[in-house]
Design a protein around this ligand. Structure first.
Ligand code: SF4
Ligand code: SF4
Length: 324
């Protein structure tokens, strides 16, 4: 097992569970690639037997190996394998302690990859359009963004598949490119209706978005909860609330049309809205929004039956120019 740690970075504590992640033939394949990338025909020539182009292709889709630009095959990092496994194969009988360690390992990796960007934003730095960073989008902004996206691919949400911390819908991730061809290509209208339904069910819209030198979008539109989402977990750990994902709005409540139904209180994922307990014989009170806690996700506004909540812009994003 130790050699698999060296080849693909699989954490050592998974040693007793290796069969959950790799078939015996995939382990042979990874072992053959230990000395360096190989062409598919070299792999078949070296290993022979049951190793075929089909098996190599399947291993690529499962996140076991990756394809280099020159066509050679190399081991994929275990983070890719873990994501694919959590999305499409499930946790089965892994003990809770192992699940928690694996998710901690994944969060540490996510944190390490974004620590510098988060700290820079916290210190007042500006994000660059080319960096893929998460930021909250209102529903109308999602519609404008989608006008600029040529292809939409539906994937399960990797955060909820890995963490399983809530019961909110999982088949909600709208990616703009189709890694390994394993998402379902859908129309713009279908993508938008999935996002609207996710919002209705209480998921926030956060774009993981960057733009390349030719103005092409890279990333995904995530429909996030506050329990499982890796960016929100990172925000808690690094005190980066309102920074990661980036907040650009504050909710404002007008008391006039509000009927005191309390729906906004229940929809806010961050406990930013409070309402006095109803007193017998009196009408329900108007809720109060704590702007220090509000992240501008807009869930309260989309859920308000009286349209009593408006979203006030507090910050521009460099990405707005691309979907304004
Ligand atoms: S959801 Fe709208 S109407 Fe209901 S309490 Fe909140 S602001 Fe008032
Ligand atoms: S109060 Fe702020 S954080 Fe809470 S649901 Fe409304 S916009 Fe989102």
């Amino acid at each position: 097992m130790t050699h698999l740690f060296d080849i693909c970075g699989m954490p050592a504590f998974l040693e007793p569970w290796i069969a959950r992640f790799y078939t015996p033939l995939e382990i042979d394949l990874l072992t053959a690639l230990e000395r360096g990338a190989m062409t598919p025909s070299d792999i078949i020539g070296t290993l022979g037997g049951e190793i075929t182009d089909g098996l190599i292709d399947r291993a690529w889709r499962r996140g076991v190996v990756r394809r280099l630009e020159d066509g050679r095959i190399a081991p994929a990092n275990f983070h890719v394998r873990f994501e694919s496994w959590a999305l499409f194969e499930g946790w089965q009988d892994l003990p809770e302690e192992i699940k928690n360690r694996l998710n901690r390992w994944e969060l540490d990796h996510y944190e390490a990859g974004h620590r510098e960007a988060v700290e820079s934003l916290k210190a007042g730095g500006q994000r660059r359009a080319s960096e893929v960073c998460p930021e909250y989008l209102l529903l109308e902004e999602v519609a404008r963004l989608f006008d600029r996206i040529p292809h939409f691919y539906l994937w399960p949400c990797n955060c909820r598949a890995m963490v399983r911390g809530c019961r909110l819908p999982r088949l909600t991730c709208i990616r703009f490119s189709n890694d390994r061809g394993i998402g379902w290509e859908i129309s713009r209208e279908r993508a938008l209706s999935i996002v609207r339904e996710a919002n209705r069910q209480g998921l926030m819209q956060s774009a993981e978005l960057g733009v390349d030198s030719q103005g092409r979008f890279d990333g995904a539109l995530c429909n996030c909860c506050n329990d499982c989402c890796f960016p929100h977990q990172l925000a808690r750990e690094r005190q980066a609330e309102k920074i990661w994902p980036l907040s650009r709005y504050l909710a404002e409540l007008a008391s006039e049309p509000c009927n005191g139904c309390g729906r906004c209180v229940r929809r806010c994922p961050f406990g930013a809205i409070s309402q006095e307990k109803k007193k017998k014989g009196l009408p329900p009170s108007t809720p109060v929004i704590d702007t220090a806690l509000c992240r501008g996700c807009g869930l309260c506004a989309t859920g308000c039956p009286q349209e009593a909540i408006g979203m006030r812009k507090i910050r521009e994003s460099v990405l707005e120019a691309y979907y304004a």
